[in-house]
Design a binder for this molecule. Structure first.
Ligand code: IPD
Ligand code: CA
Ligand code: CA
Length: 266
């Protein structure tokens, strides 16, 4: 059994409260799919509502901490050493289309380092969380990355650069290389859950470009605390700034990195 610290309790209470609204709103989306207007405005309202709940709950529990939120931007706190990094709804396109795969992601940064992370999938009731030096957990069970060592048996996740046209040729070369070398590739549409699934050993690895800090802050810690490796695709360690990320189990991180870099150089 995992013992949750005070800070994880703050994060999980906030996520639970925001999740109640998202669950309710997701139920409505199915009805809206068939209406003329479509669900787009409704979904952006659901997103903003979840963010407001998270902001209120986190502020109530830790009034001096700063906040970085996808929709609301940066709010400086009195305490310059702590800030929350939050994506209230990661997987918006899925939500909008009635696809049941999205999450709330919350990370706590202390003096520039992520010390706690939580990713909550409200429909599957799966709460992935980690604290620096303590380990990673799914609900109450400890997480461990997969132990697969052969690329040809590995399943990797990725995200398509759907808007960034300039990134497409490199991405397609990488996808081609990975398709030829592994057992399969998935694109489920929620980067935070992609990382959580690497931590849980469901995926053996995940790579994507052009992500934002709120997509990956919690997941980076959860993967590392589950024994996995995380870097930029090029090998550097500035994922939060560049938005480039490669996360994998400890055995496959290096070979996947080589495969992706070789493909990009061709
Ligand atoms: C998106 C998802 C998706 C990734 C995109 C992100 P959003 O976040 O994480 O998997 O490919 O790049 O922007 O917009 O649903 O919060
Ligand atoms: Ca996101
Ligand atoms: Ca989002």
């Amino acid at each position: 059994m995992a013992t949750r610290s005070a800070i994880i309790n703050v994060m999980s209470r906030a996520a639970d409260k925001a999740a109640r609204g998202l669950r309710r709103d997701f139920g409505e989306v199915e009805h809206l799919q068939v209406s003329m207007k479509g669900p787009a405005d409704f979904v952006s309202a659901a997103d903003l509502k979840a963010e407001r709940v998270l902001r209120e709950e986190l502020r109530k529990a830790r009034p001096t901490y700063g906040l970085v939120m996808e929709e609301g931007g940066h709010t400086a706190g009195e305490d310059p050493n702590h800030r929350w990094i939050v994506d209230p709804l990661d997987g918006t396109t899925n939500f909008l289309h009635g696809l049941p795969h999205f999450a709330i992601s919350i990370a706590l940064e202390r003096e520039g380092e992520i010390v706690a992370g939580l990713i909550f999938d409200p429909l599957k009731d799966e709460m992935f969380w980690a604290e620096k030096g303590i380990g990673a957990f799914l609900n109450d069970h400890r997480l461990r990355v997969s132990s697969r060592r052969n690329l040809d048996q590995a399943v990797l996740a990725t995200g398509f650069p759907f808007r960034a046209q300039a990134e497409r040729p490199t991405f397609l070369a990488q996808l081609d290389a990975v398709m030829g070398a592994t057992a399969g590739v998935r694109r489920f549409g929620s980067a935070s859950l992609d990382l959580a699934y690497v931590a849980a050993g469901r995926y053996d690895g995940f790579w994507e470009n052009s992500l934002s800090p709120w997509d990956i802050a919690a997941g980076i810690l959860i993967v590392r605390e589950a024994g996995g490796y995380v870097s930029e695709i090029g090998g550097g360690s500035d994922m939060m700034t560049s938005g480039s990320i490669l996360a994998a189990n400890d055995r496959l991180h290096a070979p996947i990195g080589r495969l992706l870099r070789d493909a990009a150089a061709r």
